[in-house]
Design a protein around this ligand. Structure first.
Ligand code: UGA
Length: 437
């Protein structure tokens, strides 16, 4: 089938490439000409495993253009995959979605199904259809469907091709049939709902995962007070099928372009409708405190940061991405600089993006060893493999004072401590003694 995808950010580009991989012909509409140029040359504009290979493999079925008029003229199905940034009150800003919808309506020449993949507040699809009906040509029927995505950065291609489910929210059989046909080569379970439920499913999932993380982080903080070990606790909790093992990794809080934004957006939409979403509010508050966990620990060791040489390992909000959006590193480095520390940073992929925010206010190390050299303390904020491989001898031999504050629980406590490192992690102060009998 011929499909137009609007927006080539994370969701748009991955969706387009995966649709092409499954045999569809896809035209990607992107306003930024420099991005289009790169994509036409087979160069991905986001860092994502397997993406480059799949783009090249399917290049005969993928087109990239800034010319939305001609792309929409021919379109029978358009996926809207543009960003929905945050407004100052926390709510989602849907102006990009509305702009795309108007452009589609003004230019489409035959009946067309518009599929909204962007994460939008409940009720948005209906508003978008109303808006499009104002701008469309006479005698043309436009339909709308909600088709949220559940891909995570770093595993986006896998998450799309092997999704646990595809959610389709429609209000008519024809739209649902078209989407079923598009997704049939994926051979994945399809859940059909009404449009509002599909919009809500996306928020319900992300908010629940954020809650799970904030919950385990609070339990980890209690572990430090009570002398228990969060590793053992999460392991045993995860064995309960009602709880499940994933998203129980304690650490320095969640970041990224989704959980922080989607929790605030659902909270704001609920509040506007007279409902206070107390659980989500708690998750947001816990996360704000948790992302400063390493600063709190550092303060317990060094009451003043002035003149201290601090090494920050890991800047991206998670490994396998160069994305810094809402990354704990931004809040931590701000605080270190504010309090007069000299900061050296390392990240495998996010250095360039970090430089565009901090410029020469920090020093950029070429590798993890240079980063910790002569440091008074080392803060770990992303669990890259290079960091996981650091041994106690590296810290003891290279650092001025071997203080390691591991905000991602990615090193072995016993090995670090016995090797002479002053090692701190989240909720793992007590030794791990798990035995499976
Ligand atoms: C998240 C969801 O996992 C996806 O299902 C969803 O489609 C996506 O948002 C979206 O709405 O587009 P993503 O933000 O890419 O994906 O990454 P996650 O792997 O979920 O991690 C988010 C943050 O939570 C990271 O900072 C990570 O370090 C943190 N995290 C995750 C934890 O602190 N503990 C965990 O156990 C898991």
């Amino acid at each position: 089938m011929k499909i137009v995808v609007t927006g080539t950010g994370y969701v748009g580009l991955i969706t387009a490439v995966c649709l092409a991989e499954k045999g569809h012909f896809v035209i990607c509409v992107e306003a930024d000409a420099s991005k289009v140029e790169k994509l036409r040359n087979g160069i991905p504009t986001i860092h994502e495993p397997r993406l480059r290979r799949l783009m090249r493999k399917n290049r005969a079925r993928l087109r990239f253009t800034t010319n939305y008029v001609s792309a929409y003229n021919e379109a029978r199905v358009v996926f809207i995959c543009v960003g929905t940034p945050q407004c100052s009150d926390g709510s989602a800003n849907i102006k990009n979605v509305e702009q795309a919808a108007v452009q589609i309506a003004e230019n489409v020449r035959q009946n067309c199904l518009v599929v909204v993949k962007s994460t939008v507040p409940v009720g948005t699809n209906e508003k978008v259809l109303e808006l499009m009906n104002k701008y469309k040509h006479k005698n043309i029927e436009l339909h709308i469907a909600s088709n949220p995505e559940f891909l995570a950065q770093g595993s986006a291609v896998h998450d799309t091709l092997k999704a646990s489910r595809i959610v389709i929210g429609t209000s008519d059989k024809k739209s649902s049939d078209i989407l079923r046909r598009i997704y049939s080569p994926f051979k994945l379970p399809i859940i059909e709902t009404n449009i509002r439920s599909a919009e809500m499913i996306k928020y319900a999932c992300n908010n629940f995962l954020a809650l799970k993380i904030s919950y385990i982080n609070e339990i980890a903080n209690l572990c430090d007070i009570f002398g228990a070990n969060i590793g053992d606790i999460a392991f045993a909790m995860g064995k309960d099928p009602r709880i499940g093992p994933s998203f129980l990794k304690a650490g320095t809080g969640y970041g990224g372009s989704c959980f922080p934004k989607d929790t605030e957006a659902l909270y704001a939409q609920a509040a506007k409708n007279g409902y206070e979403l107390k659980t989500v509010k708690a998750a947001i508050e816990v996360n704000k405190t948790q992302r400063m966990w390493s600063i709190k620990k550092l303060g317990e060791i060094y009451p003043r940061f002035e003149g201290l040489k601090i090494s920050v390992l890991g800047l991206a909000f998670k490994p396998n991405t160069d994305d810094l959006r809402e990354a704990p590193s931004l809040y931590v480095v701000d605080e270190l600089l504010k309090r007069g520390a000299k900061v050296t940073v390392w990240d495998r992929e996010a250095k360039k993006n970090f430089y565009s925010v901090y410029g020469d206010y920090v020093t950029y190390a070429a590798n993890v060893y240079d980063a910790i050299c002569a440091a008074d303390a080392c803060l770990i904020l992303t669990e890259w493999d290079e960091i996981r491989k650091l041994r106690s001898t590296d810290f003891v031999e290279l650092m001025a004072v071997p203080v390691v504050i591991d905000g991602r629980n990615c090193l072995n406590t016993a090995k670090q401590i016995s090797g002479g490192v002053k090692y701190f992690s989240v909720g793992r102060g007590a030794p791990r003694e798990r035995r499976l009998l």
